[in-house]
Write a protein that binds this ligand. Structure first.
Ligand SMILES: N[C@@H](CCC(=O)N[C@@H](CS)C(=O)NCC(=O)O)C(=O)O
Length: 221
């Protein structure tokens, strides 16, 4: 397709403090760092508002991350991570069974865990001060609690979801660490330790530093 020195990721040039270090280009930066692939960054504005036409052309929903490599433009962090995983078996095992299990955990992170945590975030975001806020949260919280309890049981005392670190862990840990319901995650000691293990990896730390540096560069004086 192209030489791997030609990777570009799109990220925001500014987000509010509470979102810094948590924007989803982190996943992509982290994965690239794990396998030592360099990338350029394109910083775009208006994280919370109307997106420029060239942004929409690259990402139909006007979100980040966007990944470009030669003639390929990719959106959706899960798809981007799978594409990066194809380059290096440290992220996506070549053994067919291990590979299928890794992909299953990636889908589980995006499809079985994140939506329940995201629902609670949206209730908090839109429901603050509204009469329905408390009841809605009480009604939906058990779904998220149940998923985290099940995840905690599946992880058990193991270091990673399978027998070694893969993209399944990278995605799951990113979702566990960035969601707004940290009390629910920390209710499980093994999940808290799992997040700590993942975020202690040098590749994660340099991804975080790179995202934060991008914001600092553009901080209004
Ligand atoms: N499903 C998408 C979600 C991406 C996403 O939520 N991006 C956020 C930043 S973390 C964004 O760009 N939000 C601004 C918007 O939706 O307009 C993915 O995994 O790539």
């Amino acid at each position: 397709m192209t030489d791997t020195n030609d990777i570009e990721i799109t990220a925001y040039d500014w987000v509010p403090d509470m979102a810094r270090g948590k924007v989803k280009d982190m996943r992509v930066r982290w994965a690239l760092n794990e396998i030592g692939l360099p990338y350029r960054q394109r910083l775009v504005g208006n994280a919370g508002g109307e997106k420029a036409p060239d942004h929409i052309a690259d990402q139909p929903f006007g979100q980040v991350p966007i990944y470009k490599e030669g003639d390929l433009t990719l959106f959706e962090s899960g798809a981007i991570l799978l594409h990066i995983g194809e380059k290096d078996e440290r992220l996506l095992p070549r053994d067919p069974v291990a590979r299928a299990r890794t992909i299953a955990w990636m889908f589980a992170a995006l499809n079985s865990v994140e939506p329940f945590l995201q629902a609670l975030f949206l209730i908090d975001l839109r429901g603050s001060g509204q009469a329905w806020h408390g009841p809605a949260k009480e009604n939906l919280r058990p779904f998220a609690e149940n998923r985290l309890r099940q995840l905690s049981a599946a992880l058990g005392e193991r270091e990673w979801l399978e027998d070694r670190f893969t993209l399944g862990d990278l995605l799951m840990i990113d979702i566990l660490r960035t969601n707004s319901q940290q009390d629910l995650v920390r209710a499980h000691d093994n999940l808290a330790a799992y997040v700590e293990r993942g975020t202690s990896r040098p590749a994660f730390k340099s991804a975080l530093a790179a995202q934060m540096a991008a914001f600092e560069e553009r901080e209004p004086t």
